[in-house]
Design a protein around this ligand. Structure first.
Ligand code: PGA
Length: 254
């Protein structure tokens, strides 16, 4: 946790979720009580096809709804893409950008991630900018170098605490059941905080730094208690309301 920074627990459904899973979103929205919400913000990013119906379901509840990706362009001839304005039009409030699956499977480099982050924040949405090293990079002792260059390349100058969230997601920890040691997460998050502070001064102190990669109900308490860990980006365990709510519950006692 970081003093004076309100944690965010965010779920990323990836390419999972049909209309028959809307009950899970309803259950998440209904399962958050005032005591918990006095401590954390909660966000769910379903696939784009469910975005509008999800925001309608979550309207008048504290659950925020976001998207998982968007175009760096404002509008125009980009078949198959969706713009930040379209997400806002569906009443989404956040967009994940630069997830390692987008970086590795769809060739998104830091420059594209930066342009997408700009498009998202220019539209008044918040960007959740993902960074993280591969297993080979960690083994080669390059983790902090990679995080430093991804932060430098992926964040626009206009990034602010109010519109930019960082998610540290070691690529080798995503969907594998593996997590870095508490010491390694502490080191990575301290480095990210210091890098943000150097570049963005007070704004960098206020930016949330989420941890992502195999966060589960069983390890959330330990992971969320680490210094500079200001919440979680949760993949697999966000698909079931009970698991996702159990991760949020970690904050009741922290
Ligand atoms: P996971 O995914 O929780 O299933 O490891 C995290 C993510 O990719 O955001």
């Amino acid at each position: 946790m970081t003093p004076n920074v309100r944690p965010l627990v965010a779920g990323n459904w990836k390419m999972n979720g049909l209309r028959e899973q809307l009950g899970e979103i309803r259950a998440i929205a209904g399962g958050l009580d005032d005591a918990l919400l006095s401590r954390i913000d909660v966000l769910l990013c379903p696939p784009t096809t469910l975005l509008y119906v999800a925001t309608a379901l979550a309207e008048d509840t504290p659950l925020a709804i976001g998207a998982q990706n968007c175009s760096e362009h404002v509008s125009g001839a980009f078949t198959g893409e969706i713009s930040a304005e379209m997400i806002a039009d569906c009443m989404g409030t956040h967009c994940i950008v630069g997830h390692s699956e987008r970086r590795t499977l769809y060739g998104e480099n830091d420059a594209i991630v930066r342009d997408k982050t700009k498009a998202i924040t220019n539209t008044g949405l918040s960007a959740i900018v993902c960074i993280g090293e591969t297993e080979a990079e960690r083994k080669a002792g390059k983790t902090l170098d990679i995080l430093g260059s991804q932060l430098a390349g992926s964040l626009p100058e206009s990034a602010r605490a109010s519109n930019t969230v960082i998610a540290y997601e070691p690529v080798w920890a995503i969907g594998t059941g593996l997590t870095p040691s508490v010491t390694d997460i502490t080191e990575a998050h301290a480095f990210i905080r210091q890098t943000l502070r150097q570049r963005f001064a007070d704004e960098g102190d206020g930016m949330r730094i989420l941890y992502g990669g195999s966060v589960k109900p069983g390890n959330a308490g330990e992971l969320m208690a680490i210094a500079n860990v200001d919440g979680a980006l949760v993949g697999g365990a966000s698909l079931k309301a009970l698991d996702f709510l159990a991760i949020c519950e970690a904050y009741r006692v922290l």
